[in-house]
Write a protein that binds this ligand. Structure first.
Ligand SMILES: O=C(O)CCC(=O)C(=O)O
Length: 342
C-alpha cells in the first residue's frame, strides 16, 4: 500500500488537524535541546494529516493512541473480512504508531496466516519449531510450571534482525493469558534516533553493525540452557553463526524516517571498529534505545492481535508470570534488506 494512497483517503473528517500526531518525536517538537528539526526534514509522510483520537474512513474503525512515542489500539474491525479501506486504516496506523493492538480478533491459526498475508508475503522463520499443522505459525508459550527460566523474547530485540532480509511486521495473537503479568513492551527507534545529538547522528549514519543468530548457532546457549522448553529452538546450527552487516541507522521504506537498528540480542559489533570502541558505543545505544519515554507497555486481553513493525521498534516480553500459562501465536511478514541513509 502506497503512503500517497493512504493520505488521500485518511483525512480531516472530524477536524482532527489540530490534534498532535503521536509519532511526532521529542526532537521534532524541539524539546530535547539539541536536535530540533521539523518533521518534514526526514519524513515525507504528512503525519499531521492523521488525527490522533479519531474515527476515520470508514467510520467504524477507531484508532486510539496508547503512548506518545508509539502504540495505538484499534477497534471496530474484523481483519478476516476487513474491506480494503478498513485495511488501509490499519496500515496507516502501523505507519504512524509502529505497533497497533487490534482488539477482539478471534483467529484460528489458519485465519491468522490469512490475515498476515493481507499485510504482505508471509515469512516462514528458521530455527524455531512451528505448530505441527501450521508451518507459518509459532507458539510463543510458557507453561505454568516453567519457573526461573528466561523466556522467548525476554531481551530487547527486533525479530530476526540477523537475516539478510529481516521480517517487516510481526503479528502476535493472544490465546491464553495470565491473570496478571506477561505484558509486552515496544520502544520507538525513530524516537531513539531523533533524540541523539546531531554529532552522534552524523557518526552513526554511515556505519553498519554485524548481526548473527548466535542463540541458535554453535556459540549460542547449549541445549541445557535454562530457557523455556515450550518454544523449541534449533541449537548448534552453524548457519545461524553467519554474520550479516546491516546499517545502524535504517531508513524506513514506507515512512522515509530514520530509525536506530541495533539490539542487544543479535547485534555483535560495529563494522570497522575495535571491540574497545564498538562495545561501549553499542552499550550506549542499547540503553538509549529503550528509555521509558520511547516505550509503550501493553497489557494483553484475550483476542488482542498486536501488529508491529520491526523496522522502527524494539520489543520485549516481560517475564513476570511464573505459575501461569501464557500462549500467543506468532506470524511474520517478509521484509527487505535494510537501507541506510546513504
Ligand atoms: O511474548 C511476547 O510478548 C513477545 C514475543 C517476542 O518477543 C517475539 O515473538 O519476538
Amino acid at each position: 500500500m502506497e503512503i500517497a494512497q493512504w493520505t488521500a483517503r485518511v483525512g480531516h473528517r472530524h477536524g482532527g488537524g489540530a490534534q498532535r500526531s503521536s509519532s511526532t518525536s521529542r526532537a521534532d517538537r524541539g524539546d530535547d535541546g539539541h536536535n530540533a528539526r521539523s518533521a518534514s526534514t526526514c519524513d515525507p509522510v504528512p503525519r499531521c494529516q492523521t488525527p490522533h483520537v479519531t474515527s476515520v474512513v470508514p467510520d467504524s474503525v477507531v484508532v486510539r493512541p496508547l503512548a506518545p512515542a508509539c502504540g495505538a489500539e484499534i477497534s471496530g474491525v474484523d481483519l478476516r473480512t476487513a474491506s480494503a479501506d478498513e485495511l488501509a486504516v490499519v496500515q496507516r496506523a502501523i505507519a504512524d504508531h509502529g505497533v497497533v493492538v487490534v482488539r477482539d480478533q478471534s483467529l484460528t491459526p489458519t485465519e491468522q496466516v490469512a490475515v498476515t498475508a493481507r499485510f504482505g508475503p508471509v515469512l516462514r522463520v528458521p530455527y524455531i519449531q512451528h505448530l505441527a499443522e501450521h508451518p507459518d505459525v509459532i507458539a510463543v508459550l510458557k507453561e505454568a510450571d516453567e519457573r526461573n527460566i528466561s523466556t522467548f523474547g525476554g531481551t530487547w530485540h527486533s525479530d530476526f534482525s540477523f537475516l539478510p532480509e529481516p521480517p517487516s511486521l510481526t503479528l502476535l495473537h493472544a490465546v491464553e493469558l495470565p491473570e496478571v503479568g506477561g505484558d509486552t513492551v515496544w520502544a520507538s527507534q525513530y524516537a531513539a534516533y531523533d533524540t541523539l545529538s546531531a554529532a552522534m547522528q552524523r557518526l552513526l549514519d554511515p556505519l553498519r553493525a554485524v548481526q548473527t543468530g548466535w542463540p541458535n548457532g554453535t556459540r549460542g546457549p547449549g541445549p541445557n540452557a535454562a530457557v523455556s522448553r515450550s518454544v523449541v529452538m534449533t541449537r548448534n546450527d552453524p548457519s545461524a553463526d553467519v554474520e550479516v552487516a546491516h546499517p545502524i541507522v535504517r531508513v524506513h521504506p514506507v515512512t522515509g524516517r530514520k530509525a536506530l537498528f541495533v539490539n542487544p540480542v543479535y547485534t555483535q559489533r560495529i563494522e570497522g571498529m575495535t571491540d574497545a570502541e564498538s562495545t561501549p558505543l553499542l552499550q550506549f545505544l542499547f540503553d538509549h534505545a529503550v528509555r521509558a519515554e520511547r516505550c509503550v507497555r501493553h497489557r494483553w486481553r484475550p483476542g488482542d492481535l498486536a501488529i508491529w513493525d520491526n523496522r522502527c521498534l524494539l520489543h520485549l516480553a516481560v517475564n513476570d508470570y511464573d505459575g501461569s500459562r501464557r500462549l500467543l501465536h506468532r506470524t511474520t511478514v517478509a521484509g527487505e534488506a535494510p537501507i541506510g541513509p546513504g
